[in-house]
Design a protein around this ligand. Structure first.
Ligand SMILES: [Zn+2]
Length: 411
């Protein structure tokens, strides 16, 4: 490896490992304004005397990441072709519009907007989706934006007190934190891709902080999305936590809460609006199928037991049999099911999930095993009802699609 001699053109560090070389291209507090560019020159050569060929991306996946965080090559998967093409177009529109897409101004950089002046704070873990896409397609722009997202999360969206990330809203630092708005799989994937030593320190801190902050949370009152994202975050960063005992205890506590909520009919009794014990509870199929179940069976840290995996499949089957309805001649994924609290039988349903939510549902279920792999017909039906074409702000749709495709391509 030969570094550039030109001032400002050399990477900050070069690290060599087993089968890979990592570069830190600039300091994490470097700020670039819109239109400003920086060129970093690195050469790989077999002969130090001669000019080598400059490369811009790893030629292979980092081995440590495989099997831990699930992602595959959606762009090479024939059944995902239509979705990949649609995502590519959305990404182009999103990147080309600082007003409606990615932020560029100081303080906004790395994040995206969900409405006029309302920052998304990278919800649905945009950093993870972009890093997974970089692994898939190899376009450096995806890794560049994934790293910018991670920098933004850590520098701007993080609550210094709890160590969690602020909920979306005006001005990034909204003052509100909630487990259902805290995502760390992107931190891990970017760290494992870049091996940036300063990110490694930051990730260890987040790993410890989140296990500590979650302790104070009343899981009996937690929303399904909070249990799902919390568990995904704990599992993703468990290997980096220095207090392994606290991290493992938190994972066990979240899993126990999910398991204890399963009813005989296989639905999770986690969301009640009416305090009466006989009132129906709500199930959001795409949240349970798309986030809670994949989190529950995540093997990123501590694999589920055989019983836990069986329970997840039972819940998955109940969702597949109850979550769809025929509405005006179309088969739709319901956004809400209402279940009787005694057995969990569905007594009502309402709403329609968007195509992106439906894709996330299919992707989440596919992590439960082969029998849950979606058919081409299912994927096309979801694609036909994408919300993105009729929206101006695309952050949520892009983020959910990125993570869903990465997950589906692996199944
Ligand atoms: Zn933000």
């Amino acid at each position: 490896v030969r570094r550039s001699d030109a001032p400002g053109r050399s990477p900050k560090y070069v690290a060599r490992g087993d089968g890979f070389v990592a570069f830190g291209l600039c300091d994490s507090d470097d700020d670039l304004d819109e239109g400003e560019e920086r060129r970093i020159d690195v050469a790989f050569t077999t002969n130090a005397e001669r000019e080598g060929r400059t490369i811009a991306r790893p030629a292979t996946f980092p081995k440590r990441t495989r099997g831990a965080l699930r992602f595959g090559r959606a762009s090479r998967d024939l059944k995902l072709k239509a979705w990949s093409a649609a995502l590519k177009k959305d990404l182009e529109a999103w990147r080309g519009s600082p007003k409606h897409g990615l932020g560029y101004r100081r303080g906004d950089g790395g994040d995206w907007f969900m409405g006029q002046g309302r920052a998304g704070n990278l919800e649905w873990d945009t950093a993870f989706g972009l890093a997974a896409r970089f692994m898939d397609v190899g376009d450096p722009i995806d890794l560049f934006h994934a790293e910018a997202a991670v920098d933004h999360l850590l520098a701007r969206d993080r609550d210094a007190r709890s160590g969690l990330f602020f909920v979306h809203g005006a001005g990034h630092r909204t003052g509100r934190v909630e487990i259902g708005h805290h995502w760390t799989e992107g931190l891990r994937l970017v760290l494992e891709t870049t091996d940036d030593p300063s990110l490694r320190l930051a990730v260890a801190r987040v790993a410890n902080d989140q296990a500590d902050a979650f302790k104070a949370c009343d899981l009996a009152a937690a929303l399904p999305r909070s249990l799902g994202w919390g568990l995904l975050s704990l599992s993703a960063l468990h290997p980096f936590a220095t207090d392994k005992e606290a991290s493992a205890a938190a994972i066990a506590r979240f899993r126990a809460r999910v398991a204890s909520s399963a009813t005989r009919e296989g639905h999770l009794d986690l969301e009640r609006f009416d305090p009466s014990p006989t009132a129906p509870f709500r199930v959001s199929p795409f949240v349970v199928g798309g986030i809670v179940l994949p989190a529950f069976v995540s093997t990123a840290a501590i694999p589920p037991t055989r019983d836990e995996a069986a329970l997840a499949r039972r819940v998955g089957r109940a969702l597949l049999s109850d979550a769809y309805a025929i509405v005006e001649g179309r088969r739709v994924l319901r956004s809400s099911l209402f279940c009787d609290p005694a057995r969990g039988r569905v007594v009502g349903s309402s709403g329609e999930a968007t195509g992106e939510e439906r894709l996330l549902f299919l992707a989440g279920l596919s992590t439960l095993g082969r029998e849950f792999a979606p058919s081409q017909v299912e994927l096309s039906a979801a694609e036909a009802t994408r919300a993105a074409p009729s929206k101006v702000f695309l952050g949520k749709e892009i983020s959910t699609t990125l993570r869903a495709l990465a997950s589906l391509a692996d199944s």
